[in-house]
Design a protein around this ligand. Structure first.
Ligand SMILES: Nc1ncnc2c1ncn2[C@@H]1O[C@H](COP(=O)(O)OP(=O)(O)OP(=O)(O)O)[C@@H](O)[C@H]1O
Ligand SMILES: [Mg+2]
Length: 317
């Protein structure tokens, strides 16, 4: 059996929330945000793991933590057979080039005062790589940009072109693993499709694995091999692309699916945010249309439904 490129076990990332008022400041107990609350995840080589969930569910925190841009609170991260959980910044340096991240906003993630060539080359130089003009040119062509763009500034480019620059900057390292965090979210639908196409092409050519993060299930379904549905810090359902698109099980996944507008399917809005259920039991309780008494007793475990399909819900016990 082939070893996965990335394997994460019971990963937790908790933040201490800064006090929002003076009374809170003087109160003793600190508020803990459990952004990632015990996630298991494997990303196979040359595959795309799509992570979907609404805003605040912990997707970006998970993405940043698996590549050690954030220190995990607990858990285990194995990358390419090596335990990187406790490696410090210096020990991470030779591994960093193999794990890149592309962010949502191509406006704020590119330095407006730098030319495109320096935006791409500076991170490489920091890592001690020298890249000649010819390689830079090839890289720009690879991501679908005119090599002349090397001499332009970000404000001279469209949103989609800037996102191509951000992708080129990550790809310049020839990474094995790329976290793509909402990379299409700020773009028009037609441009989104072009960026997805580009990511797939690069994946084939350079044999990359992606952790593809989006709040938009339809985008996730268009690129992923496996999908994990995240809700308030936990994976509530995971499966192959076929399992998730053809037989979604968790009530939350079903809400996400029914909110994808499509001809022939009635559009149903996501259930509005109510007072969240805190404490014992299922974290989806207060929004779940199928909630029963048992759901308050304890947090459901992940239940295996099929070879490639797990769900965290008492409906399937
Ligand atoms: N540095 C931080 N300090 C404190 N809390 C944080 C920090 N980063 C994230 N959080 C909190 O962790 C939770 C998860 O945030 P995260 O950004 O990972 O969610 P997300 O799923 O990426 O959301 P979005 O779709 O809006 O990008 C949120 O409640 C957020 O406020
Ligand atoms: Mg995010």
């Amino acid at each position: 059996m082939k070893l996965p490129l990335l394997s994460v076990k019971d990963l937790k990332k908790y933040y201490v929330e800064p006090p929002s008022s003076i009374t809170e400041y003087f109160r003793r107990e600190k508020r803990i945000v459990k952004a990632v609350d015990g996630v298991d995840l494997t990303v196979d080589r040359e595959q795309t793991y799509g992570l979907v969930g609404e805003s605040g569910s912990g997707k970006s925190t998970l993405g940043r933590t698996v590549i050690k841009l954030e220190e995990p609170t607990s858990g285990e991260i194995i990358f390419s057979g090596r335990d990187i959980t406790d490696l410090n910044e210096k020990e991470m340096k030779p591994i960093r080039r193999h794990m890149q991240i592309v962010f949502q906003n191509p406006y704020s993630s590119l330095n407006p005062r730098k030319k495109i060539r320096d935006i791409i080359l500076d991170p490489l130089r920091i890592h001690g790589f020298e890249v000649d003009e010819e390689t830079l040119k090839e890289l720009l062509i690879e991501v679908g940009l005119d090599p002349e763009y090397a001499h332009r500034y970000p404000h001279q480019l469209s949103g989609g072109e800037r996102q191509r620059v951000a992708i080129a900057r990550a790809m310049a390292f020839k990474p094995e693993f790329v976290v793509a965090d909402e990379v299409t979210s700020s773009l028009d639908v037609s441009v989104q499709a072009q960026i997805i196409k580009l990511l797939k092409k690069l994946q084939e050519e350079f044999r990359i694995s992606y952790l593809f993060i989006s709040h938009d299930l339809s985008v996730v379904l268009s690129i992923s091999d496996r999908v994990g549905v995240m809700y308030r810090g936990k994976i509530v359902e995971e499966g192959s692309i076929d399992a998730i698109s053809e037989s979604p099980l968790h009530p939350y996944t079903n809400i996400l699916i029914s909110s994808i507008p499509s001809p022939g399917r009635e559009w149903k809005p996501i259930i509005p945010e109510e007072k969240m259920h805190e404490g014992e039991g299922c974290r989806f309780y207060s929004r779940c249309p199928m909630a029963r008494e048992i759901c308050l007793a304890s947090e459901p475990e992940l239940i295996k439904i099929a070879e490639d399909h797990v769900v965290r819900c008492f409906l399937y016990e």
